[in-house]
Design a protein around this ligand. Structure first.
Ligand SMILES: Cc1ncc(COP(=O)(O)O)c(C=O)c1O
Length: 441
């Protein structure tokens, strides 16, 4: 179903709620401007309805969570059933059978499927926490504090995760509280970058570093697909120097790129993998899964877990994760995403505008980079495009350090007609931006 607007966007109810939120929520959380935000009321499949009754197409899967669609029946049913039985237990003290099942499934779908034996899991609530679990694991396994990370890498905003952040704007304000243990390398886009990376890696004092943290495809960094062979270079270097290789697949995992995990494109596997977002399709649950030889470096619990949290292994989240994993393992899903991604990529590549510098990505993790004619990043244009698209009934976000990469990460069951609508709107909005168009309607 294509969007049908009832009122101007944002409508009067959203505007009123934004004003009220501003009175009670801390600054610097929700961005409020005259054309932003809308307040969500309900969602189904690819559609979202706001508090004013407007319907939108969601091109974000709500931060990459709703790959299986908003309110997927199989997930909402288990959520309802589980919430009637037990909504909270004692994750690391008296847990549930569901926690056992999530950990088992994660092992089966990752390390066992990759032929690397059993995988062991620590569950948590947010992506950032899964990354922090991985960084702690690497320190425990190696005794070395150093963390190697990548320019424009995004791993969440908790202090541990910030260590790996390649976004200065998020990390620098807190640098004085972050230990000086990080080194940031360039994320290679081509052979030349990759050759430089090899040199940079060889120049490091490897004995200082316990962890190398990387996204197999950068998400918030701008949907950047790295140079071929990159992951293998990292795998070889980590093997040679005894460094724990961590793949952050919080965004790229669970079929988003047309493979169950993005690293499967290269057939290169990490020591630890961080997962979240689509793991449950809508409940805050995340996981750090690792090769058992690495995870078993954690001491056996003698009654006080070294690393846990109140909501670890929450039964509702686990029930949803079990259901979601059951769908994600279906062999046809990855192929469907791949096909949809190819169709969307072809349509976007067909958009003829001097502002479009590049369309790139894998599966349904696509970015359209906008630049001005002088080649400078067109974050200003992207910002206006987001607002205009919202007014056309399309929810979008922009990525990259300069916010100039339009992101296309819709739910997997996006229809061809919906794609055509989005691309048509985008074409008109971009035409207006270069001054030659008519107002999109
Ligand atoms: C690759 C990656 N890692 C980690 C995170 C952080 O996840 P969360 O926001 O759930 O802490 C994100 C969030 O966008 C992400 O894209």
């Amino acid at each position: 179903m294509l969007p049908k607007l009832v009122t101007a966007v944002p409508g009067p109810r959203s505007l009123e709620l934004a004003e009220r939120l501003g009175e009670y929520e801390s600054h610097n959380v929700t961005y409020t401007a005259s054309d932003w935000p809308i307040f969500w009321e309900r969602a189904s499949g690819t559609n979202v309805w706001d508090a004013d009754g407007n319907r939108y197409l969601d091109l974000t899967s709500a931060f990459g969570v709703a790959g299986l669609g908003h309110g997927a029946v199989s997930l909402t049913e288990v959520m309802r059933d589980q919430s009637e039985k037990l909504i909270h237990a004692m994750g690391d003290v008296h847990p549930t059978e569901l926690k056992v099942e999530v950990c088992r499934l994660l092992s089966e779908l990752s390390y066992e499927r990759w032929g690397l034996g059993r995988g062991k899991t620590v569950l948590s609530n947010s992506g950032s926490e899964a990354v922090e679990t991985a960084l702690k694991t690497a320190l425990i396994a190696t005794g070395r504090p150093g963390v190697i990370c990548f320019e424009n890498g995004y791993h969440g905003l908790g202090y541990g995760a910030l260590l790996g952040s390649g976004f200065d704007k998020f990390r620098v304000p807190f640098d004085s509280q972050l230990a000086e243990v990080r080194v940031e390398l360039g994320y290679p886009c081509d052979e030349v970058d990759l050759a430089r990376l090899r040199v940079d890696l060889d120049g490091l004092d490897a004995a200082h570093f316990g962890a190398l943290l990387v996204e197999p495809i950068q998400g918030r960094g701008g949907k950047v697909v790295p140079a071929g062979g990159f992951l293998q270079v990292l795998r070889d270097w980590c093997d040679e120097h005894g460094v724990v290789l961590i793949f952050d697949e919080i965004y790229s995992g669970f079929n988003r790129t047309g493979r169950l995990f993005a690293c499967e494109w290269d057939g290169v596997y990490p020591d630890l993998i961080c997962l979240g977002k689509a793991l449950s399709g809508g409940y805050p649950i995340s996981a750090c899964v690792g090769r058992s030889e690495v995870m078993d470096k954690w001491p056996v619990s003698t009654g006080e877990a070294l690393h846990t949290s109140t909501y670890l292994g929450n039964p509702v989240g686990c029930a949803m994760a079990v259901a979601a994993l059951g769908i994600h393992r279906e062999s046809s899903l990855a192929a469907d995403v791949l096909k949809q991604g190819e169709e969307l990529m072809a349509m976007l590549s067909d958009v003829d505008s001097p502002l479009v510098y590049e369309v790139r990505g894998r599966g349904l993790m696509i970015g359209m980079e906008l630049r001005h004619v002088d080649s400078s990043p067109a974050g200003d244009v992207a910002g206006r495009v987001l607002s205009r698209m919202l007014a056309e009934g399309v929810i979008m976000l922009a990525d990259g350090r300069d916010g100039n990469i339009l992101a296309f990460t819709p739910p997997f069951y996006f229809k061809l007609g919906e794609m055509a609508y989005v691309v048509d709107c985008l074409r008109k909005v971009l035409l207006d931006e270069v001054g030659g168009g008519v107002t999109a309607s």
